[in-house]
Design a protein around this ligand. Structure first.
Ligand code: SAM
Length: 267
């Protein structure tokens, strides 16, 4: 990979949040997290010079890769030649694309993305009203601190909106920690790969309502629920009906309790 980068004169761009991975063993371990990929459709966002892409192709995946940095396209074209018919590269901003339409069939998502783009896409992938989604799993690199927020348990500091959003209808696990020194250039903080698979969605709960309830509750996370949920019509009655003490704080509620509140409020 270092040779590919040098040959194509690719220097990592800070503006595009580029931190590349070159270690083939590490990349193969990341590509193994979603399970056997042979013959499976994989959507990779932000392939950069193609280190992870190559590992996915080695694992037998059929990869569609969306990259917005044109400078990376010649290196990716070489990969297309090395794995004929197995790689499709699409130039552009993944935030502006309809991934389901692009993929057509069910697909696994694998990506090492800049923090802001990764989080925005993650929230979008988890927020759809239609469930199960077209994607079969998400395997994503995050800053370790964000990964810990996704898999956090109630009663802990990192437990918040992201944990509720991630856990109410998926199984989310922190699959691997990755040291900052594995990246070129090394980012300031540690990273981790999170793996998410959809589970059954609780009946009668609107995703939008669950988001509103956790948004209100965690918007004032140090306050009691009777204060933080005051502005959400019907929420205090719902707490009463469910026997949830309104003197509790958001971070003490389980994901199941958030789901129960949202169910009470859903049309
Ligand atoms: N996956 C490569 C690796 O692991 O070495 C590159 C990782 S680098 C952290 C993130 C890549 O995502 C960069 O190549 C960057 O150009 C690309 N990227 C950033 N925002 C993007 C977006 N909105 N859509 C598509 N690609 C994007």
């Amino acid at each position: 990979m270092r040779e590919v980068i040098a040959r194509h004169g690719l220097s990592a761009s800070k503006a595009l949040g580029q931190n590349f991975l070159f270690d083939e063993q590490l990349l193969d371990r990341i590509a193994a997290i979603p399970g056997d990929l042979s013959g499976r459709a994989v959507l990779e966002i932000g392939p950069g010079p193609g280190g992870l892409t190559r590992a996915l192709l080695r694992a037998g995946a059929c990869v569609t890769a969306i990259e917005m940095d044109r400078r990376c396209l010649p290196a990716l074209a070489e990969l297309e030649e090395a794995f004929p018919g197995k790689l499709r590269v699409i130039e552009g901003d993944a935030l502006a694309m309809d991934h389901d339409a692009l993929m057509g069939e069910p697909y696994a998502v694998v990506a090492n993305l800049p923090y802001n783009v990764g989080t925005a896409l993650f929230v979008r992938w988890l927020s759809g009203e239609t469930w199960p989604p077209r994607w079969t799993s998400l395997t994503l690199m995050f800053q370790l601190e964000v990964a810990q927020r996704i898999v956090a348990q109630p009663g802990t500091d990192p437990f918040g909106r992201l944990a509720v959003l991630a856990q109410w209808r998926t199984a989310a696990k922190l699959a691997m920690k990755v040291h900052r020194s594995a990246f070129t250039p090394p980012p300031k903080v540690m990273s981790a790969v999170v793996h998410v698979e959809p589970t059954a969605m609780p009946a009668g709960v609107s995703a939008r309502m669950l988001e509103r309830a956790s948004e209100a509750a965690f918007g004032q996370r140090r306050k009691m629920l009777r204060q933080s949920l005051k502005g959400l019509p019907g929420a205090l009655d719902a707490l009463d009906r469910l026997g949830i003490d309104s003197a509790r704080r958001a971070e003490t509620l389980s994901v199941a309790e958030f789901v129960a509140i949202a169910e009470q409020l859903s049309p």
